[in-house]
Write a protein that binds this ligand. Structure first.
Ligand code: ZN
Length: 181
């Protein structure tokens, strides 16, 4: 038995829409996925990763088109993540990074102590600097604090009109993530 989620994650990383805008987006999602098992808004205190499950195929750097080494990507995901609970697994010591830290992306909203920091790292392919959220994920994956998520929507893909309705409610463009587990 497998499950599918369709999740809208905001382009403005870390942005949290007003409560009434979130509710409007929930109503819009319900209107075009009336048979979904569940539609809800996922809230995180910090920036977290919304993954696509087994739909994951590759990570590329869009500027040069090179596929990023999977080990480099997962190591960098761990390094970029600051755990709030002092878990020994994922506490990066930033000073020890062998990669340059250039700074946070301009579109990052708010200030977070934990979660993904989205610092810039030197890519192994062409030595350009990029943060993890600026990479090209196939299928799409995204970083954020809020996800509007529907479980087993049973509607196939989301149409452009439906995306536009959700984005109008949330007042922000979104990345649509199809997660298969
Ligand atoms: Zn490159």
């Amino acid at each position: 038995m497998s499950d599918d989620w369709i999740t809208f994650v905001l382009c403005k990383t870390g942005y949290v829409p007003r409560k009434e805008d979130q509710e409007a987006a929930l109503r819009a999602f319900h209107s075009f996925a009336p048979d979904a098992d569940e539609i809800s808004i996922i809230h995180h205190d910090n920036i977290e990763f919304f993954d696509c499950g087994s739909n994951f195929e590759a990570v590329k750097y869009p500027n040069c088109g090179t596929e990023i080494d999977a080990t480099w990507w997962s190591d960098t995901m761990s390094e970029d993540y600051v755990s709030n609970d002092n878990s020994p697994l994922k506490v990066p010591v930033l000073q020890s990074l062998s990669r340059w830290i250039i700074g946070k992306p301009a579109n990052l909203t708010g200030d977070f102590e934990g979660g993904f920091q989205l610092l810039k790292y030197t890519l192994p392919c062409c030595q350009h600097h990029a943060s993890l959220d600026s990479l090209d994920y196939q299928w799409p994956q995204a970083f954020g604090r809020i996800g509007l998520s529907g479980m087993n929507c049973n509607i196939g893909g989301i149409t452009g009109d439906q995306i536009a309705a959700i984005e109008a409610s949330l007042k922000c463009c979104t990345t649509v993530i199809y997660q298969h587990i």
